[in-house]
Design a protein around this ligand. Structure first.
Ligand code: ZN
Length: 211
């Protein structure tokens, strides 16, 4: 997803679950994952690129462990950073894989459900052999990150490339809205799952909210 949509998804999902300053810290950590130098190249697991599903889910699990470890040590800043990283991957799953296509394929193409109706948690699709995510065909793929060049490069890349598969922005068509809504719902699920294992005092520390 483009960073502005990661920010919008995160705020929509979590605005009532964190204090404003905690939410700002989470958004900042989330967006940092898209830094070309430190977050993109060599880190397929941060974005579920290149079919890195096992590594992506392991990354989410390890960041959740880091949230808990940090809070045991009352290190709120590290907990918020780990959670921002965790939800970046959780959100990209829907923009970089064909989950939305698999979900929509259950319905009549002429009368699909609306985007807010998407269920982001259907195990049958998450574990389906048909699930795949966009491959990064470097070096050509690099040019697709440059808006003007994107239009020239994308048709030259294979169908299973990140350029041709991503649902990173509304320019990718109507399926973007399904990826967006799925990511909002999944972000809430990740929050619930993370907080479920915390004590009341750790929750207060983490969210910056007393109730
Ligand atoms: Zn990403």
């Amino acid at each position: 997803m483009l960073t502005r949509y990661h920010a919008a998804i995160t705020r929509k999902a979590l605005v009532e679950r964190f204090s404003p300053s905690a939410l700002d810290a989470i958004v900042a950590a989330n967006l940092k994952q898209d830094n070309l130098l430190f977050g993109q190249i060599g880190h397929d697991e941060y974005h579920f690129d290149n079919n890195a599903f096992d590594r992506g889910f392991a990354h989410i699990k390890s960041q959740r462990g880091l949230v808990h470890y940090a809070l045991e040590n009352e290190d709120v800043a590290s907990a918020l950073t780990a959670f921002g990283k965790l939800i970046h991957a959780a959100q990209d799953f829907y923009a970089h894989s064909n989950y939305v296509d698999l979900w929509l394929a259950q319905y009549d193409a002429h009368t699909p459900p609306t985007p807010p109706e998407i269920d982001p948690l259907i195990e049958e699709f998450i574990n389906s052999p048909a699930l795949h995510s966009g491959k990064l065909y470097y070096p050509l793929e690099i040019f697709s990150y440059i808006p003007i060049l994107k239009w020239f490069v994308t048709p030259l890349l294979p169908k299973d490339s990140h350029s041709n598969m991503n649902l990173d922005s509304p320019t990718r068509g109507v399926r973007f809205a399904y990826a967006f809504e799925a990511a909002v719902k999944k972000t809430m699920v990740e929050f619930d799952q993370t907080v479920a294992e915390l004590s009341t005092s750790q929750s207060v520390l983490f969210t910056g909210l007393s109730s």
